[in-house]
Design a protein around this ligand. Structure first.
Ligand SMILES: NC(=O)c1ccc[n+]([C@@H]2O[C@H](COP(=O)([O-])OP(=O)(O)OC[C@H]3O[C@@H](n4cnc5c(N)ncnc54)[C@H](OP(=O)(O)O)[C@@H]3O)[C@@H](O)[C@H]2O)c1
Length: 239
């Protein structure tokens, strides 16, 4: 089986949740360097320390970048230099419905689009975006999420075409419910939605970050997949 030996992996959003899981899985897959980035310096430093505590062979570095700032993202791409694989898991929870457009599209859509276009990714490398299941099973009142997830899938295909001449593959993961820090940021009524949502899964539980991280690592290692979306969602929409 392939490993990530001699590869540099950048995880934007690696300071917590799914991204932290991807960073740890990359180290476990023998990546030589794992760089995690997010907007909060303290959280980045804490996550770097938690990754280093695993005492795995690869080097771990942290960087700070605000995905809402297009100029900062371009400067960040130049500063980081050439990498082999990028996973984008950054996402924030909008403080109000009015902020949903900015939150979803700015961080989760424009962020990876700008980085994919400005980063130096070695030939044979990959870029993986993060969508979600809202377009397969929209929740009442959350049409913006359904549109956003569909947009990320479309962006994945467009970027796969754009980056193919450089030998770079582009895919996305659509995680279902994954127990992460983001759940603590949701409004109280979300707990009820989560309970209802679990009943609609074929696998009647939510997942841990390491379970979805496997799929990101697969997309880095498999050289023959591009423009695809992998749903790691417990069978949403099938129950
Ligand atoms: N967990 C789930 O059930 C689930 C399901 C479907 C889709 N998703 C999506 O998957 C992605 C990851 O979710 P998660 O559960 O891992 O959430 P999480 O634990 O809250 O992680 C989100 C990451 O995004 C970073 N971030 C937030 N705002 C940022 C900004 N402006 N610039 C740069 N980084 C920023 C956070 O770090 P800082 O705060 O330090 O910036 C953190 O590292 C999100 O887009 C989420 O919507 C999650």
């Amino acid at each position: 089986m392939a490993t990530l030996q001699n590869k540099t992996v950048l995880v934007v959003g690696g300071s917590s949740g799914i991204g932290f899981g991807v960073a740890l899985a990359a180290l476990q897959s023998l990546a030589s360097t794992v760089i995690i980035a997010s907007s909060n310096a303290e959280r980045v430093a804490g996550a770097v320390a938690r990754l280093q505590a695993h005492k795995l062979p690869g080097e771990v570095r942290g960087e700070v970048v605000d995905a809402k700032d297009a100029a900062a993202l371009k400067a960040f791409a130049a500063h980081v230099g050439a990498v082999d694989h990028i996973a984008w898991t950054s996402g924030d929870v909008p403080s109000s419905p009015e902020q949903a457009m900015a939150g979803l599209f700015t961080v989760r859509f424009w962020g990876p689009m700008i980085l994919a276009q400005s980063a130096t990714i070695n030939a044979g490398g990959s870029f993986t975006l993060t969508g979600g299941p809202a377009d397969i099973q929209p929740y009442q009142g959350l049409a913006i999420n359904a549109g956003g997830c569909a947009a990320i899938e479309g962006l994945t295909k467009g970027l796969a075409v754009d980056l193919a001449p450089k030998g770079v593959r582009v895919n996305s993961i659509s995680p279902g419910g994954i127990h992460t820090e983001i759940w603590e940021k949701f409004p109280p009524q979300f707990a009820e939605l989560l309970q209802q949502g679990k009943e609609k899964l074929l696998i009647k539980r939510y997942a841990e970050p390491n379970e979805v991280a496997e799929a990101y690592i697969f997309l880095m290692k498999c050289g023959y997949i591009t423009g695809q979306r992998i749903n790691v969602d417990g069978g949403i929409g099938l129950a």
